[in-house]
Ligand binder design. Structure first.
Ligand code: SAM
Length: 285
């Protein structure tokens, strides 16, 4: 019989609860309220300000899809920037690719990095200490506005657009991402669950369209992000990466494979097929 439950109240009309085997850590570093607990179904669960960020049970789906889809679509990613991502899971997946020369993690909250390094080491799996990793503790909005660097891949692995993550959904931020991208470079981000957060898809499209030639979305089903498919945002100055053929993606995967549990070249292509209710949230071509 489970005695304690964690209840996530992200939406006014829908809540989800997790049985808690034991709470492992709780801290408020002044920026965000950090809680880690263990649950029978999903392993260790990290929450920030009461919102689930990562579970060791299903994080592989989210991280693989935000890392490998753009990397295989681009075909020659050497430099990557992860904005947010303090748990290290995105770095882990990106660094599986031997061709990556540098991965910069721009995380606003040093406590999240230290906390995850200590209490959820399986998520980063050594990625924080990889010689190709550079960790910058800064607000992603500010970093992107000030840096002169160019990246082949920018992954916005942020919290939802509430709290410190809100700035990572603004047009000003997307404009700077566009400036910091190489010609075939790609920006991807977690863009909410369209069935419940449909306006995030519409808003992102409107804010990105002026700054990129290709603005689109793809999807993944991540159990803890309830409400059906999750939308993953896509933007590039080039139409080429999103339209690479199935054969090209499969050939790239075969030539430079990485170990995955969700991603396959078939999933890659299929993930760009959007259900009609998601297409309807996109205001234009
Ligand atoms: N997969 C997660 C999700 O969508 O639920 C995101 C996980 S990751 C831990 C999100 C990270 O974004 C947090 O560590 C948070 O501190 C960081 N973050 C929030 N706002 C930020 C900002 N403005 N600049 C950089 N990092 C930010």
């Amino acid at each position: 019989m489970t005695e304690a439950w964690f209840r996530e109240e992200l939406y006014p009309h829908w809540r989800q609860s997790f049985a808690v085997s034991r709470e492992l850590y709780r801290a408020d570093d002044g920026l965000q309220d950090i809680v880690l607990f263990e649950t029978p179904g999903f392993g260790r669960v990290l929450t920030l300000d009461g919102v689930i960020q990562v579970t060791t049970g299903d994080e592989f789906i989210y991280h693989e899809m935000l890392a490998h889809v753009p990397i295989y679509a681009h075909g020659a990613v050497k430099t990557a920037c992860v904005v947010g991502g303090g748990d290290g899971g995105m770095l882990r997946e990106i660094l599986k690719h031997q061709a990556i020369q540098q991965a910069v993690l721009v995380e606003i909250d040093a406590a999240v990095v230290e906390f995850c390094r200590t209490h959820m080491p399986s998520v980063s799996d050594g990625a924080f200490d990889d010689p190709r990793t550079e960790i910058v503790i800064a607000d992603g909005l500010r970093y992107m506005a000030e840096t002169e660097r160019k990246f082949d891949l920018i992954v916005i692995d942020s919290t939802d657009p509430i709290g410190p993550g809100g700035v990572l959904f603004t047009e000003a931020f997307y404009k700077d991402c566009a400036r910091c991208l190489t010609p075939d470079g790609i920006v991807v981000n977690q863009n909410g669950v369209p069935f419940l957060q449909g306006e995030e898809v519409t808003d992102t499209w409107r804010r990105r369209r002026p700054h990129f030639a290709d603005v689109s979305f793809y999807t993944a089903a991540v159990p803890t992000y309830v409400g059906g498919l999750m939308a993953l945002g896509w933007a590039s100055h080039s139409l080429r990466p999103r339209h690479e053929s199935s054969d090209t993606i499969a050939a790239r995967f075969q030539a430079a494979p990485v170990a995955t549990r969700y991603y396959t070249p078939d999933i890659h292509k299929a993930s760009f097929a959007l259900p009609k209710y998601v297409q309807n949230l996109i205001p234009g071509p």
